[in-house]
Design a binder for this molecule. Sequence first.
Ligand code: CA
Length: 325
Amino acid sequence: MRIILVLLLFCAPAFAAQHPGSEAFIKRAVSEYGLDENEVRSLLQAAEYKQSIVDAISRPAEARAWHQYRPIFLTDKRIEQGVEFWQDNRDLITAVAEKYGVDEEVIVAIIGVETSYGRITGGYRTLDALVTLGFYYPENLSSDRSSFFASELMHYLRLAKEEGLPAAEITGSYAGAMGMGQFMPSSYREYAVDFDGDGRRDLWRSTADVVGSVANYLHRHGWQPGQPVTMRAWAAQDAAFDEVSRRNFKPTLSVAEWRAKGFHSSDQLSPDLPAAVIKLAEKERHRYWLTFKNFYVITRYNRSPKYAMAVFDLSQEIAVGMGDS
Ligand SMILES: [Ca+2]
């Protein structure tokens, strides 16, 4: 037994070098995207399977109930630091909001929820994260997202080549999200902007690039400046509960149509405004919310309605803090 163990330990680096499916991946990287075979091969060989990454994706914060999830992000500290971040970057945030047509407080809140304004950007090596989830996605989870992560790995290698990034050294979240705004590689390639004009899109060190890129992301997904994000709703006893959104938060019916289906909200809302209805678990019961196009846009950043609601709540608290300061 001991001999086998020693042998396994001795052989471990060789096993790690050959990830399942890596040969097909390398072939595609070369033939479809013109990446250098030796470079891709040596990067994959340097990548390590990490059990900690599998463990982390198996228990995401979003699995918690809303009343447990919200306090993670809605802390006095995160609100105060948001006010501080906004004050420190006031002109930049105004310029970005104007250029992209995105409300200032939401840009600040997203960076706050993602990384506490750049303080916590993640300590997992991005290469390990994407190889682990692309090639070893745990089978016991409800949906197999290995092809998504393998695709992100390909984007990552292309991004590193395009931007001259050190692909073996970058660190980020367990899911491969990078920098102050936690952009996945495909989003980085598609939506990152060089807002400070130094010729590079740097989502780690350039606050201007980060703020610009978050705003551009929201803008490109259809943000409507000055329009509502969400509004509390109340359900009648015979409301159409089976039409409450669970996965897709695209507005489908108007405020008036939802009212006819038993979901009432503020009289100040335009009856024609398209909305969805969601419910979130409070400690004792559920609460219902009308959610609008802007809420849907925030879920393009992270699919969880709890994430979008936390961003919205934090944005409101920070805006109040700015008013007080
Ligand atoms: Ca730049």
